[in-house]
Design a binder for this molecule. Structure first.
Ligand code: GLC
Length: 692
C-alpha cells in the first residue's frame, strides 16, 4: 500500500506516474501513518527520525556510496560532479531519494523533493535514522509491504521469487514511478570508449584493433573531441569531415557511434545554438535577467533551462542533426550541472584571497591553507543560488530544483526522439539523474577510478540502482581515472559482462585500456565472447524486469530474508531468475569464498565455450577462479540459455541455444525476444519456451 503525504506546496517534479489520493499535512496528526514509525518535525525545515533496531537494514538510495545496506553513514542527495569519490563522499552524480527499512516493521519511503536531502543512517547516532531537508514543501510516499509478503515469503511469486517484504515494497515503488527505459538490443553489446579519441583515424584504429583481433565490439563512444571547440551538436570539420560516411562505414562492420552531449552551450557569437538560446530566453538566468555564465569544457557557457518545457523541446530537437548523420545513441554529460567556476565565484575568490594577503604576518601557513580553500570553487553550492529557471512561468532558484537538471536534459532528448524517430529505440544514458529519469534513459555511474574498491562499489551499487528503476546502467569498466592494470580490467570485465551497459571508458592522460593494448588477448576475447553468449538471457531478463517493475540485480537479502548470513552477504548478487554472481574483486587471488543460500550448480567458464559444472550444497565454499575464468551459480530448477559466440549483436543467433542446467528434469526457461530495435514490443515481442 502507498500513502502520499503532502507538506506545503511542492514543486512538480514528474518523478511519479501513478495518481494517488493526497493526504495534506498541516499538523503531525494528519500524518498518523508516518508518525507511527517516525518523529516528525517541521521546525527548522523538515525532518523524520526513528530509532533503528539492531537487526534493521536500510536499503535504497540508488547511486550512492558504500554498501547495499546503507546503515552506518550519511548520504546527501545532491547531484555532484566528483571524480574522486572515495568512501567518505556523501554525494555522487544521482539523487535517488528512495529508502526502505526492513526489520520487525518494514516500509519504504520516497521523498519527492528536488533540493538537498540528508539521510543520516546511523552516522550521528549509530541507531538513529534521520531524514532532513531545509525546505518544508515536499511529497512523502510511505510504502508498506502487501500483507502476504510481510509473512515468511511464501506463495506470492514475483518473477520466480517468493515475494519478500523488500521485493513487495520495491515493486510498488517502481509501479509508482513508471516502467524503466528499454534500449535497443545492440546497446547490450560491448562499448569501447575513451576521452581522447581525437579524429576519425583514432576511431578506425579502435575498430580495427577489435575487429582484427576478433575481440567482440558493438559500439565506440565518442567523447568531447568530436565536436568543434566542444560546441554541442557540431562536428569538427577537419577531424571528422564526414560523420555520416564514417558512421555508415562503421555500420558495415556492425559498429555504432555513441557521441557525448554536454549540458553547457558555448558562448560564441555566430554559433546558432547559442544565438537561438539567447534570442528565445532558453538559458538559465541570473536574478537580474541576464544569462548565467558558467565555465565548463568549452570555456564560458550558458545552461539550457531544461525545466522550461519550450527550452526542453528546442534542445531535444537539436539531436536530430546527429541522428540525420546516422547516429543511434547518445550519452548526456556534465548535467548535474557541473560548474568548474562561475564569474561571480571567481570574483569572490579573488576578493577573499586579497583579504587573506592583507593581514600583517602574511603570507604564512594560514594564508596558504586559506588560499587553497578560497580557490576550491568548482561545483560550489553558492553558484546554485546564482541562477534561475522558468518553470511554467514561475521563476525558481536553481538550488531548489538542482537535482532535476540532468533528469530533464535526458527527458528533453527522449521526448524529441519520440517525434524524430517514433518507432525506433535509441540508446540514451546520462550521468546525472533523479527518480523518474529511468523512464527516459539509463545511467552510467560517472567518473570512477581504476581502483579495486571501485569494482566492489560497482557490484554493490547495481541492485540499489535497480530499486530506483535504473535498469540500463553500468560503471566505467577498468576505471575512468588513474591507470588501470591488466588484472583489474579482466576482473572488472568478468563482472561487466553481466551489467546491461557494458562500457570500457577511460580518462585523457591515463594508460590506454582498450582490450587489445594488453598481452594475452585470448583472455579478453573469451570473456567478451561470453558476454555475447549471455545477451539473449540478459535481454530477456532485462525486458521482464522493465515490464514487471522488478529487479534485474537482486540482493540475497531480498530473496532469503530468513537467512541471516545471506542477508549480510553484499558481494554476491542474484541476476534475473536463474543466476547468482560471486565476482572476484581483489588483486592477486585465485578465487574467493562464496555463500550459497541454497543448493546451486557452480558453473565455471574457462573460455566462452568450455565450462565445468559442480553441484554444491548450501553453505560456505571456496571456489577457484583464475584471471581468465568466469564463475557463476545456477539456481536449482532454472536454466541458463547461451547462444553461440559472436563478435557483434548483428550476428546474434537465436536459433540454436545451449542450455545449462540439470538435464532430464523438464526444466524450462521462458526467453523473451523481439526485433531488438522497434518500439512495437507488445506486438513484436514473444516468449519462446526452452526446455532441457
Ligand atoms: C566527464 C565525464 C567523462 C568524460 C569527460 C570528458 O568527466 O564524466 O566520462 O570522459 O567528462 O568529456
Amino acid at each position: 500500500m502507498i500513502q502520499k503525504f503532502r507538506f506545503g506546496t511542492p514543486i512538480k517534479t514528474d518523478a511519479t506516474v501513478a495518481e494517488l489520493p493526497v493526504i495534506p499535512v498541516t499538523a503531525a496528526k494528519d500524518a498518523a501513518a508516518l508518525t507511527k514509525f517516525f518523529r516528525l518535525s517541521l521546525e527548522n525545515g523538515f525532518s523524520l527520525s526513528l530509532a533503528m533496531d539492531d537487526a534493521d537494514a536500510v536499503y535504497g538510495l540508488g547511486e550512492a556510496n558504500r554498501g547495499i545496506n546503507k546503515r552506518g553513514y550519511k548520504y546527501v542527495s545532491c547531484c555532484t560532479d566528483d571524480p574522486n569519490h572515495t568512501e567518505d563522499k556523501v554525494s555522487l552524480y544521482g539523487a535517488h531519494n528512495f529508502i526502505m527499512l526492513i526489520g520487525q516493521e518494514s516500509f519504504g519511503l520516497f521523498l519527492d523533493y528536488p533540493a538537498d536531502i540528508c539521510f543520516d543512517i546511523g552516522y550521528t547516532k549509530q541507531n538513529e535514522l534521520t531524514i532532513s531537508t531545509d525546505g518544508t514543501d515536499l511529497d512523502v510516499y510511505l510504502i508498506t509491504a502487501e500483507e502476504s509478503a510481510t509473512a515468511a515469503p511464501s506463495s506470492r511469486p514475483a518473477g520466480n521469487f517468493a515475494e519478500s517484504a523488500a521485493l513487495s515494497i520495491v515493486r510498488q515503488f517502481r509501479t509508482l514511478i513508471g516502467h524503466s527505459y528499454i534500449p535497443p538490443r545492440w546497446a547490450f553489446g560491448y562499448i569501447q570508449s575513451r576521452w581522447g579519441y581525437m579524429d576519425e583515424k583514432d576511431i578506425r584504429r579502435v575498430a580495427k584493433g577489435y575487429r582484427d583481433n576478433h575481440l567482440p565490439l558493438d559500439s565506440i563512444s565518442m567523447d568531447i573531441d568530436y565536436m568543434e571547440d566542444y560546441k554541442d551538436f557540431t562536428v569538427h570539420p577537419e577531424r571528422f569531415p564526414d560523420l555520416a560516411a564514417l558512421s555508415a562505414e562503421m555500420k558495415e562492420q556492425g559498429l555504432h557511434f555513441v557521441p557525448i552531449i554536454d549540458a553547457g552551450v558555448k558562448i560564441e557569437p555566430g554559433y546558432d545554438v547559442y544565438e537561438d538560446g539567447v534570442k528565445n530566453n532558453y538559458f538559465c538566468k541570473r536574478a537580474d535577467g541576464t544569462d548565467f555564465v558558467a565555465g565548463v569544457w568549452p570555456g564560458k557557457t550558458h545552461f539550457p533551462d531544461f525545466l522550461n518545457a519550450d527550452a526542453r523541446k528546442w534542445f531535444g530537437d537539436l539531436y536530430k542533426r546527429l541522428i540525420d548523420a546516422g547516429i543511434e545513441g547518445f550519452w548526456n554529460d556534465m548535467n548535474e550541472p557541473a560548474i568548474f567556476y562561475s564569474e561571480e565565484g571567481m570574483e569572490d575568490a579573488i576578493t577573499k584571497a586579497s583579504e587573506l594577503m592583507k593581514s600583517k604576518d602574511n603570507p604564512d601557513l594560514n594564508t596558504f591553507w586559506g588560499m587553497r580553500d578560497v580557490f576550491n570553487i568548482s561545483n560550489d553550492h553558492a553558484d546554485y543560488k546564482r541562477f534561475y529557471h522558468n518553470m511554467d512561468g514561475n521563476k525558481i532558484r536553481h538550488d531548489k530544483v538542482h537535482n532535476l537538471y540532468g533528469f530533464n536534459m535526458t527527458r528533453a532528448a527522449a521526448e524529441s526522439f519520440d517525434t524524430i524517430c517514433p518507432n525506433k529505440r535509441l540508446l540514451l544514458f546520462s550521468r546525472s539523474s533523479y527518480i523518474g529519469m529511468h523512464r527516459f534513459g539509463g545511467i552510467w555511474t560517472g567518473d570512477n577510478q581504476s581502483w579495486w574498491s571501485h569494482l566492489l562499489l560497482n557490484i554493490k551499487m547495481m541492485p540499489s540502482l535497480n530499486m530506483c528503476g535504473f535498469l540500463y546502467s553500468g560503471a566505467d569498466l577498468g576505471g575512468f581515472g588513474s591507470h588501470t592494470t591488466r588484472d583489474l580490467l579482466l576482473r572488472w570485465l568478468a563482472f561487466g559482462i553481466f551489467t546491461p551497459l557494458m562500457r570500457n571508458h577511460a580518462a585523457l592522460g591515463t594508460r590506454e585500456q582498450e582490450c587489445y593494448q594488453f598481452e594475452g588477448l585470448d583472455d579478453f576475447r573469451e570473456i567478451l565472447k561470453l558476454r555475447y553468449r549471455l545477451i539473449p538471457y540478459l535481454y530477456s531478463e532485462f525486458v521482464k524486469a522493465a515490464r514487471n517493475d522488478a529487479l534485474l540485480f537482486t540482493p540475497l537479502a531480498f530473496v532469503f530474508p530468513q537467512d541471516k548470513t545471506a542477508c549480510e552477504v553484499e558481494d554476491q548478487l542474484l541476476l534475473g531468475e536463474s543466476l547468482m554472481l560471486a565476482p572476484v574483486y581483489q588483486p592477486n587471488v585465485s578465487g574467493r569464498t562464496v555463500y550459497l543460500p541454497e543448493d546451486m550448480l557452480f558453473v565455471k567458464f574457462t573460455s566462452a565455450t568450455e565450462y565445468s559444472m559442480e553441484p554444491m550444497d548450501a553453505g560456505w565454499h571456496y571456489i577457484g577462479c583464475a584471471l581468465n575464468e568466469v564463475a557463476l551459480f545456477l539456481r536449482k530448477g532454472h536454466l541458463l540459455p547461451l547462444c553461440p559466440p559472436c563478435e557483434c549483436t548483428k550476428q546474434l543467433d537465436y536459433t540454436s541455444f545451449e542450455l545449462i542446467g540439470e538435464a532430464g528434469k523438464g526444466i524450462s526457461y521462458e526467453l523473451y525476444t523481439d526485433d531488438g530495435y522497434t518500439k512495437n514490443m507488445e506486438q513484436e515481442g514473444k516468449y519462446v519456451t526452452l526446455t532441457l
